[in-house]
Design a binder for this molecule. Structure first.
Ligand code: AMP
Ligand code: MG
Length: 333
């Protein structure tokens, strides 16, 4: 079991628990059928409110440490965004009494650091499209030392610790610490040892039975190549399409065998953001899986806000990793 008394572990679990629960409240209260296609305001409110909560808790626990968050408050400081900022302030005020809009902006901006030798990285809402569709999304927080992720936490409000989809349910909280395994609990349960059970990847050795995980959004990947990859591998199982890093939790718990992030053909130069991969990748690795880029190289979190040195992601149960890389290079040749 991980050491829950460790100050970083304790902070990361509590911060993600609170931020993800607040995001779940926003999804429950603000997402309605009346939302038009382009109205992103609920996800904006949840994104910023969740980052403010983590910023505030980090300032209390580790005042001197770097936080590289996805969001920055400058867009909220203009008068046109006053209403959105007030909405955010009301949600943050449920957890931190007496906050003003200006103070909420300062809390959000606790996360505007650049990555250093050691840093925290946060995606307050990973899977914004899933959030708006009323589907899967996650709050992701990780701690990186010298380019290697040492701790990762995922808060997944719409999936149970058994990885069953349950929109609006009790949700789950997954954590991995380097050398201490991957563990999962119910999101809202008290943080104590008996709340957690250990995750381990699928023992599947047969590529024909491999279940492939992929983005729900076709624009985030290359669907033709995924189909060709599956043919090459000989896989017959239906792919699992899902938003966000929740896919990493599924892979870590044996609910799938191979997860690819291929580059969409209209954005071949896309490089992954550190906060989109850090927490999820260590959760897979500590559950016994392997995570590399599409060329089989280790992910390098020392290159700034993106994984500049890495092209795409290949994550597997470990056993099938080399076969997956081989099938990929055949397809991409
Ligand atoms: P997923 O739901 O697995 O597709 O992952 C969502 C994440 O994909 C978001 O957090 C975005 O940062 C990221 N994303 C956005 N555009 C692209 C793209 N063209 N290719 C790959 N990932 C993207
Ligand atoms: Mg994201």
């Amino acid at each position: 079991m991980i050491n829950l008394d460790d100050k970083r572990v304790n902070f990361a679990l509590r911060a993600v628990q609170q931020a993800a629960s607040l995001a779940a409240d926003v999804q429950g209260e603000l997402i309605s059928e009346a939302i038009t296609k382009d109205d992103r305001s609920p996800v904006t409110v949840a994104d910023f409110a969740a980052q403010a909560i983590v910023g505030s808790m980090l300032e209390e626990a580790f005042p001197g440490e770097l936080l590289v968050g996805e969001e920055a408050a400058d867009v909220l400081r203009s008068s046109e965004e006053r209403g959105t900022l007030e909405n955010i302030t009301n949600f943050v005020g449920r957890l931190i009494s007496g906050v003003t809009p200006e103070y909420v902006c300062d809390l959000i901006d606790r996360g505007v650091d650049s990555p250093g030798e050691n840093y925290w990285t946060l995606d307050p809402i990973d899977g914004t499209k899933g959030f708006l569709r009323g589907a899967q999304y996650a709050t992701a927080l990780a701690y990186v030392e010298n380019g290697v992720v040492q701790l990762g936490v995922l808060g997944c409000p719409n999936i149970t610790p058994d990885l069953e989809e349950n929109i609006g349910g009790a949700g789950s909280l997954a954590i991995a610490v380097r050398g201490q395994g991957s563990w999962i609990a119910t999101l809202k349960d008290p943080i104590r040892e008996d709340s957690f059970s250990q995750l381990s990847v699928s023992p599947q050795i047969d590529p024909v039975k491999a279940r492939l995980m992929r983005s729900f959004e076709s624009a985030h990947t290359n669907t033709d190549q995924i189909d060709a990859f599956q043919n090459k591998l000989g896989g017959k199982a239906d792919p699992v399409r899902m938003d966000s890093q929740v896919k990493y939790a599924l892979l870590a718990s044996g609910e799938g065998e191979v997860y690819l992030r291929l580059l969409s053909s209209d954005r071949p130069d896309y490089r992954e953001k550190i906060w989109d991969q850090a927490a999820g990748s260590i959760i897979v690795e500590e559950a016994g899986g392997i995570v590399t880029d599409l060329d089989g190289k280790a992910l390098d979190f020392s290159q700034g806000r993106t994984l500049k040195m890495n092209r795409g992601i290949c994550a597997t149960n470990g056993i099938l990793h080399q076969q997956a890389l081989d099938a990929l290079s055949a397809v991409q040749a």
